[in-house]
Design a protein around this ligand. Structure first.
Ligand code: SF4
Length: 671
């Protein structure tokens, strides 16, 4: 288990089981604007009180504070007046008459596992105007353009239902990471040219922030950080941009987002039809970039189009019709051509605002977002989406996401419809063998948790077998390498809060121990194998640790890591499961190991929970809680024991206990 970010396969990652997702001119041209209003950087001596007051300069030195890469509807914190100023309110919290909170959601755009898990949120709000409480105005920000429409509907129609629901720990972690990222970007950009920037104070009320933003934009300010645009009661739009960048050539402003996900990847220059356009983050000079390849992030384009429309309303949109995104690596601004995105945005927006206003019906459909959605288990009328889907035997339970959409296009709405499919495969099915989709439906009906794809299940075995599982915390590091050999669990850990140099010590000890076991086995003429469940995280942290702690005692070179992970002794049990089984309920270790008879000691065990445990265990927020260290160690130990039990079961009993494809060849047998 790892408690870090975003692997999209096998085991639990941030609360989701690996394997389930597979189912589914100067600086900014700045020196030529002497006429523009200039404001000192907030953490510099302020000799312009009037100016600072006028625009509400943030004296904290922290970013806008209201934009996080999390959907605000990922959680609903308890709302009270004391919390209001910095509240992370559920978007749909109904406010007292005319109470306007600092807009804690207007800037946020994404639910963010930095590794591009796309979880959208329902960024609605219902504002009640004093004296007209019966006619609430629904607002929508750009986050709500991606993601579950039904969630949008539920949030809008049940604004109080999630009050008091605890925020998901993983969501909070990602939001904190996104906040920290934005703060870093802000500090760096402003430090490079403090005279050019105005920071809109995030502690102001939303209307005050919007007024300040309009004021500084109309004054021609070079760069605005944390700008919030006026809410639009008629269209329902609301939103803001981390950066509004003055277009000195054509006038108006270019919105630039700061997000905590990757927006490009490096590549070797090569002839190509298409090069993404990027700019130096400190000097706006967009040009085709042969050194980058694009990562598609539709949510960013949607948000930029949304901001363009809002700026356009006030005559503040740059005619260049572009927007920018500073991503996780903060090396370039990726420039998007908004002309190509506006038509899709307009269509989406009209659909989504109609949902919020109750003009279009919605129903649940299982999507990856469901895993962290509070509506999965709770509904306004008592039945959550999971219950509704089961009651309706909805096809999305076995064919989530876009699979269900394709199937509905062919008249397949229920699991039974899919199980009864006869004839040719749908021509637009692009999700692997269609036979397997049908068998998955039949297995679900029969209550089978796994189906054998192969006549005889096999898994690589060895004379000396070690199970390995790591725990990491966000991108800060890997604090625990757990191992199991001959039934004995050995953890290699650092409990200094990450990031810490001590991680190099524990990693070096882990590698030394593993290498010794392997070398001893070979010297004794025995075979050796090390097992993990979904190697993505282990491989990543092996390479990362070798790089970060190069030269420390016991730390391998990158070449040594590569020789190991590319060799036959490193066995990924997730791959072995994926190759040989269909798993109607998912292929995560928590789904599969129980079929082999394994049970975790801690009922709360999971990636999301472990992140909270880790914070307590190392004392980020208070004195270290040693009990949480024990809990993490037991969780890690159970994970390696689960891998071992699974391996043994696959070797000894799976053939007998798991039905094969032939058992589901016909619907009648399955049922
Ligand atoms: S549980 Fe899933 S279907 Fe239901 S509202 Fe949430 S994301 Fe949508």
């Amino acid at each position: 288990m790892e408690s870090g970010n975003g692997d999209r396969d096998g085991r639990e990652r941030n609360g989701r089981e690996r394997g389930e997702t597979s189912d589914f001119g100067g600086r900014y041209g700045g020196d030529d604007c002497a006429e523009s209003a200039r404001y000192p950087r907030p953490d510099l001596p302020d000799d312009s009180d009037a100016t600072a007051a006028a625009v509400g300069i943030d004296s904290t030195g922290v970013g806008p504070g209201d934009d996080n890469d999390i959907g605000a509807a990922e959680f609903a914190t308890v709302v009270d007046s004391a919390a209001a100023d910095n509240a992370e309110l559920a978007d749909n919290v109904e406010l007292p008459d005319n109470v306007e909170l600092p807009d804690s959601t207007g800037l946020a755009d994404n639910v963010e596992p930095p590794d591009n898990v796309e979880l959208a949120d329902s960024a609605t709000s219902v504002e009640i105007t004093s004296g007209v409480t019966e006619t609430p105005t629904a607002f929508l920000d750009a986050r709500a353009l991606i993601g579950c429409r039904h969630r949008l509907h539920l949030n809008a129609t049940n604004p109080r239902a999630l009050i008091g629901v605890l925020e998901d720990a993983g969501v909070r972690q990602r939001r904190d990471a996104a906040d920290a990222h934005r703060s870093r970007v802000r500090e760096a950009l402003i430090a490079a040219d403090p005279e050019a920037w105005v920071v809109i104070d995030p502690s102001l009320r939303a209307s005050e922030r919007a007024e300040a933003t309009m004021r500084v934009c109309r004054a021609g300010t070079h760069h605005v950080w944390g700008g919030l645009l006026p809410q639009e009661p008629d269209t329902g739009r609301r939103g803001g941009s981390e950066i509004l960048l003055r277009d000195h050539d054509r006038g108006g402003y270019i919105p630039v987002l700061v997000v905590n996900h990757k927006v490009t990847d490096p590549r070797r220059p090569e002839p190509a039809d298409f090069h993404p356009v990027t700019s130096d983050p400190y000097r706006w000079a967009p040009k085709p970039d042969p050194y980058r390849k694009l990562r598609q992030q539709p949510r960013d384009q949607q948000r930029l189009a949304h901001l363009y429309r809002m700026l356009q309303r006030h005559g503040l949109a740059s005619p260049a019709l572009v927007g920018g995104v500073i991503g996780y690596s903060f090396d370039r601004i990726l420039v998007h051509d908004l002309a190509a995105a506006l038509a899709d945005y307009d269509q989406r927006y009209s659909d989504r605002i109609a949902v919020v206003r109750g003009e279009l019906p919605t129903v649940p459909s299982k999507v990856p977002e469901c895993r962290q959605c509070p509506w999965w288990t709770r509904g306004a009328d008592g039945v959550g989406c999971e219950g509704w889907l089961i009651d309706h035997r909805d096809v999305s339970l076995v064919a989530p996401g876009s699979r269900a959409e394709v199937l509905r296009g062919h008249g397949v709405h229920t699991i039974d419809d899919l199980a009864d499919w006869v004839g040719e495969d749908p021509e637009d099915w692009q999700h692997g063998p269609f036979d397997e989709a049908v068998i998955t439906a039949r297995a679900w009906i029969a209550g089978a948790r796994m189906v054998r794809r192969v006549e005889s299940v096999s898994v690589r075995r060895a004379d000396v077998e070690v199970d390995v599982d790591l725990e990491s915390f966000q991108e800060y590091g890997a604090y625990l390498w757990g191992t199991l050999l001959d039934g004995v669990y050995r953890p290699f850990a650092t409990w200094d809060p990450l990031p810490t140099e001590d991680e190099g010590r524990s990693f070096g000890e882990f590698w030394t121990w593993l290498t010794n076991i392997r070398d001893d086995a070979v010297a004794a003429g025995k075979t050796f194998a090390a097992y993990c469940y979904s190697r993505t995280a282990e491989d990543k942290w092996l390479y990362e640790s070798a790089k970060r702690f190069a030269g420390r005692p016991g730390v391998p070179t990158k070449e040594q890591v590569r020789a190991f992970v590319d060799g036959p002794q490193w066995v990924d049990m997730f791959q072995a499961v994926s190759d040989q089984f269909i798993c109607p309920n998912g292929k995560g270790l928590k789904k599969v190991a129980p079929v082999a008879g394994f049970a975790w000691r801690d009922a709360e065990a999971g990636g999301e929970a472990s992140m909270s445990w880790y914070r307590l265990a190392v004392g980020y927020d208070a004195a270290p809680d040693l009990g949480q260290r024990t809990r993490l160690l037991e969780y890690n130990e159970d994970d390696v024991r689960a891998t071992q039990v699974l391996r043994t079961w696959m070797t000894d009993r799976a053939d007998l206990e798991v039905p094969g494809l032939a058992d589901f060849a016909r619907r009648s047998i399955a049922t």
